[in-house]
Design a protein around this ligand. Structure first.
Ligand code: NDP
Length: 262
């Protein structure tokens, strides 16, 4: 029997166990996936090994912190400096970031030249890096300066919310990568959002499963909108394929089935 878990705080809302356990069941694999409320991260490695885990997903607020706890980092996670998936290989913890591709798969066929990312946390990092890999230039805007340091150091354009000049430019897509929607808030002053939406064609909010003021406002401007539900699905497909060392196609079929139900 193999065991997997998603670690975060809070964690009770996570749909990851439903997605992963269904795939195990359909593929006839003896494995279980559970949630784990991680209150402190300093003993993460001991915890991982004492629980006998073969792999894990990492969510808010540990994606950057637990990056440091891996023995090896693979792929785009090296640029992002944050992980959301860990696979145990020969007693080593290998870290990956599947959020970046999970996000990009939503919009890969859209015509986008430039993007505005609101927020500067782990998910904003993933989105900025994957957009740049696809030659889309993002501006990253945040309400406070400290998290913008990472972006500055990595050659991204950044601004604070009070830089109305930078935010009066025209962007094809406006991405809300803040946690504002979880609390039913807008990430930015409504008047500024009206201005941004009047120039844009697409709005994306990473939250899923709840009414979203940001996307409602965007729809009032006739923008095409995406929430974070498919991002969750796509990142989970890639994570499952890493856990099981199985092709994504085989997993996607079942993950899509359960996604339609939950
Ligand atoms: P972090 O905690 O790393 O960063 C949060 C960011 O949001 C910070 O930039 C913070 O600003 C900003 N912020 C928080 N509250 C507000 C607010 N009320 N108004 C404006 N800005 C705010 O979070 P993550 O990047 O990991 O995640 C962000 C969101 O994306 C979460 O809601 C998460 O659930 C969602 N998500 C969804 C995924 C999916 O698969 N659909 C995958 C990953 C994330 P400051 O620096 O000033 O504090």
């Amino acid at each position: 029997m193999q065991f997997f878990a998603v670690f975060g705080n809070p964690i009770s809302h996570s749909k990851s166990p439903l997605l992963h356990n269904y795939v195990f069941y359909k593929l006839g694999i003896e494995a279980r996936y559970t949630r784990y409320l991680l209150e402190k991260s300093h003993n993460f490695r001991d915890l991982f090994f004492s629980l006998g885990l073969s792999g894990a997903n990492i969510t808010l607020p540990y994606k950057e912190i637990l990056f440091e706890y891996c023995d090896e980092i693979r792929g785009i996670a090296n640029n992002i400096g944050a992980i959301n998936t860990i696979v145990k290989k020969d007693s080593k913890l290998i870290g990956y970031n599947t959020d970046a591709n999970g996000f990009f798969k939503n919009i890969e066929y859209e015509r986008i030249k430039n993007a505005l990312i609101l927020g500067a946390g782990g998910s904003a990092r993933a989105i900025a890096c994957i957009l740049r890999e696809h030659n889309i230039t993002p501006l990253i805007a945040n309400r406070s300066p400290s998290k913008l340091q990472f972006f500055k150091q990595n050659g991204f354009e950044v601004c604070l919310y009070d830089d109305t000049l930078a935010l009066s430019q025209s962007f094809d897509i406006i991405i809300n990568a803040t946690s504002s929607s979880i609390n039913g808030e807008l990430p930015l002053e409504e008047s500024l959002l009206h201005l941004l939406f009047s120039h844009a064609t697409i709005a994306f909010d990473l939250m899923y499963g709840k009414e979203c003021k940001f996307l409602t406002l965007a729809q009032n401007h006739n923008l095409k909108t995406y929430d974070g539900a498919k991002m969750l699905l796509y990142q989970a497909i890639t994570a499952s394929s890493l856990f099981l060392d199985t092709k994504e196609d085989k997993i996607a079929k079942y993950m899509n089935e359960i996604y339609e139900i939950i």
